[in-house]
Design a binder for this molecule. Structure first.
Ligand SMILES: *Cc1c(COP(=O)(O)O)cnc(C)c1O
Length: 332
């Protein structure tokens, strides 16, 4: 069943740690964190696990260039650039937005990693991406296309295995007193969630998997994740069809939209930092943590439950000019 190719790059298993100060301070359920901000690969994050499978697939296809797309501060693009370099491949990134005067945060790291950057307006990004792909192909550069966020059936396998890893940590009894009742995390392109949903089924995870949507309406993300989880199962030679209703998504925390750092995110970032010494990010984990905090305050979880916040990384974006300025103003 498990003959999927994989290039080992991640530092695994990632630690699971208690968050006693937040548990007390919020008078909430028992809170733990899964440290996928510590996966390694150019400062780590959830894309490392996906890229282990995507890079293996690319190498098997004889690729010489990885090509993908994302926002200016995309963690996925930064980590794809790093994965390409480790394997001796070139990397082309199609970034949406305007080229800033000075690179900072993830964009600075993209440049440091020697990625070739193509700029595109948000609404023409797909078109520019396929043009760049064709140009690379015609130039004999053997491009391999990785979708947004690395979220396809191949990339999702990384999070299928992450559930297996978590269940081993649960069963060892050394890091968690019992299996989590809930996993809470940030979801956007859906590959992380699809892998978790499929992995939960395959490895008998008994709890619930609750995504805080970063930028999509609930039903859109539910459908995307259900379809991706079904495809990811097919890739493993299994016929499993997931339905939207089996996918838990909360989209009450979209705030000002993708990448807009608002008050709830700022509060969550400073609370995690000051209480637990943990660094979140302005786009994904800051928003997911803000949702988690609000749900705890609303009494959504029982106090005897165990909630695992899955930290998906992203902290390099803290040093992107716009976020740095906004956070610094808040914290003086
Ligand atoms: C990409 C990303 C996510 C979202 O993961 P998806 O698989 O795209 O849903 C969450 N957190 C961080 C830090 C990310 O970079």
């Amino acid at each position: 069943m498990d003959n999927l190719r994989r290039v080992k790059m991640a530092h695994l298993p990632t630690p699971v740690e208690p968050m006693p100060c937040l548990t007390r301070g919020l008078n909430g359920p028992r809170l733990f964190v899964k440290r996928d901000d510590q996966t390694g690969l150019a400062l780590g994050g959830n894309k490392t696990r996906k890229l282990e499978f995507l890079l293996a697939d690319a190498l098997a296809a004889g690729a010489e260039t990885l090509i993908t797309a994302g926002a200016v501060q995309s963690n996925h693009c930064r980590q794809t650039a790093a994965a390409a370099r480790r394997a001796g491949l070139a990397c082309i990134l199609v970034l949406s937005g305007e080229k800033p005067n000075q690179a900072s945060g993830n964009l600075l790291l993209d440049q440091l990693l020697g990625a070739e950057i193509v700029w595109a307006a948000r609404d023409t990004r797909d078109h520019v991406l396929s043009e760049a792909y064709v140009a690379a192909e015609e130039a004999g550069r053997r491009p391999y296309l990785i979708p947004y966020g690395g979220s396809n059936a191949v990339g999702a396998q990384g999070y299928v295995h992450a559930v297996e890893e978590l269940m081993q940590q649960v069963n060892s009894g050394s890091v968690l007193p019992e299996p989590p009742d809930w996993i809470v995390f940030a979801s956007s392109s859906g590959g992380t969630q699809a892998g978790l949903v499929l992995g939960a089924k395959l490895f008998n995870f008994p709890g619930k998997i609750l995504a805080i949507s970063v930028d999509e309406e609930q039903s859109v993300l539910q459908q995307r994740v259900a379809a991706l989880a079904s495809l990811a199962a097919n890739l493993r030679g299994m016929t499993l069809a997931f339905e939207s209703e089996q996918v838990l998504v909360n989209s009450d925390y979209l705030g000002g939209g993708y990448g807009i750092l608002g008050e709830p995110e700022k509060e969550a970032i400073s609370l995690f930092a000051r209480c637990e010494g943990l660094l979140l990010d302005p786009v994904y984990t800051g928003r997911a943590a803000a949702g988690l905090i609000d749900l705890i305050r609303q009494g959504y979880f029982r106090r005897d439950e165990l909630v695992l916040f899955w930290h998906t990384g992203g902290s390099p974006a803290l040093f992107a000019q716009q976020y740095q300025t906004s956070l610094a103003d808040q914290l003086v």
